[in-house]
Design a protein around this ligand. Sequence first.
Ligand code: NAD
Ligand code: ZN
Length: 360
Amino acid sequence: KKTAYRNFPMVPRVVFGAGCFSQLGEILLPMRKNSDAPFIFLIDDFFENKDFTSRIPVMFNDEIVFVSAEEEPKTEQVDALVSHINGKYDEKPSGIIGIGGGTLLDLAKAVAILLNNKGLAKDYQGWDLVSRPSLYHVGIPTISGTGAEVSRTTVLLGPDKKLGINSDYTTYDQVILDPDLTKTVPKDQWFYTGMDCFIHCVESLEGTYLNAFSQSYGEKALELCKEVFLDDVSEEESRDKLMMASWHGGMSIAYSQVGVAHAMSYGLSYLLGIKHGIGNCLVFQHLQDFYPRGVELFKQMLQKHQIQLPQGVCANLTQDDFDTLINVALGMEALWENALGPDWKTIMTPQRLQALYEKI
Ligand code: NAD
Ligand code: ZN
């Protein structure tokens, strides 16, 4: 038996239900420090000029900042938002509210950390480098799958690495799960981000780090993913279930790890800017040697929803490019150890990894 088990934070408060976003105002009210300490709303710019904006409970000098999710969040972007906020207000804000997909949820977590910790975002990429509690922060997902609403990490692209700020202070203080907010998600994006959740489950359940805690969440999330992507459930039910699948999938990896698809997808993201959800799908389709049952289900899901994945993504890469992909991917040691066990280096050689990338 292990001598020390990890003591993980969880989101202490969560509301779930169609339409529950309208409770945000009353939830924020007691958290407001005073009329000069604003709430800052970081919102996916998909919602700019949409009816939704009239539902955001702004008061006093609260500020709405629309942010594009075109690219995954960067450490510099976090630093720029923090200096904007510090420069503009005399008081620390009352809190940060992130509204959007994994991109906005991660950005808001990082801004909340950096508003209470000195230095730059890149200084905190890693494990447990944050020393002071973050500012009060609320996460409101508008697309389901990443589990970023529940996880203790915020994944950022820094000057020399893509790595999370993993800390006890990263986790949200409050989450609002309103499945209605996901109504407008385009079908392909729904699939890619949903598959992030499905792949979290497979990688957690098939990994060597598996334990009863992770398994209990992973199995539930996998069951929900199968219902959403392979059964014929109503749209409303599907939105509800995928939102809860995301939550359970995130909880499952908290106490274990992801695996091969995530390690390889990080490489694609770092070199080619390919986004997390689609990157995972591009990789996962070729992982039948590692996750035979998962890949079979994945192919059924692709077929059922008529999703065409891009092809030839790695066709024109140079050997230098492949070396970068391989270095980034193999750098994710814990993911490989979870996927393949302590002898992973003899199983996943650079040659074998390159052959997998060449198929993409
Ligand atoms: P995303 O946030 O990048 O958004 C994808 C697209 O969907 C964007 O174009 C966005 O504008 C659009 N969108 C979002 N909500 C919408 C809505 N309701 N209607 C219409 N369009 C909408 O996508 P994602 O897949 O949720 O997040 C990916 C990010 O999450 C990556 O940066 C990844 O690193 C991160 N991630 C974080 C964790 C974590 O634990 N912190 C886990 C997995 C992934
Ligand atoms: Zn993921």
